[in-house]
Design a protein around this ligand. Structure first.
Ligand code: FES
Ligand code: FES
Length: 165
């Protein structure tokens, strides 16, 4: 399809790009903005490695046409890392917990897992283990580190609550 201008916000900054509106948001982020933290897995909405937040909702970016992000806010894993850095840390507390709890094996699923967990904790700062499992149910980990991932999210929730309290 003919390229058109698409204006939106990425990680808190205004973005403008000429692109085919049928291109996936996943490709737009990786190829046009070099935001390669968002991973490409199945390309059909089944693995969750491409998860980003679109106006605060976790979505599979491989299924979102670029034209649909016009006027919207996109948050990627790079934005989450930067949020941690702005608070004087190397990374976001969620990412820190993933490392500390051994929830990163090959790491391919990690950005998508973190984004799903981020969306959960934003809406529900103190989730139950079941709620964590539900939130990451669309994210596949081929290394099967689900238990550690669940623990990492619960630990991050605790840390983030303590910091606020
Ligand atoms: S690459 Fe998007 S869900 Fe698998
Ligand atoms: S850590 Fe390897 S896919 Fe999850």
């Amino acid at each position: 399809m003919k390229e058109q201008v698409i204006r939106f916000e990425i990680n808190g900054e205004k973005a403008e790009v000429y692109a085919d509106p049928t291109l996936s948001l996943l490709h737009l982020l990786r190829s046009r903005f070099n935001l390669i933290g968002t991973k490409e897995g199945c390309r059909k909405g089944e693995c969750g490695t491409c998860t980003v937040l679109l106006d605060g909702q976790a979505v599979n970016s491989c299924l979102v046409p670029a034209g649909k992000v016009e006027g919207k806010k996109v948050l990627t894993i790079e934005g989450v890392t930067r949020e941690g850095a702005l608070k004087g840390k190397r990374v976001h507390p969620l990412q820190q917990s993933f490392v500390e709890k051994g929830a990163v094996q090959c790491g391919f699923c990690t950005p998508g897992m973190v984004m799903s967990a981020y969306a959960l904790l934003r809406d529900n700062p103190s989730p139950s283990p079941e709620q964590v499992r539900e939130a990451i149910s669309g994210n596949l980990c081929r290394c099967s580190g689900y238990k550690q991932i669940e623990e990492a999210v619960l630990e991050a929730a605790k840390t983030m609550q303590e910091k606020q309290g």
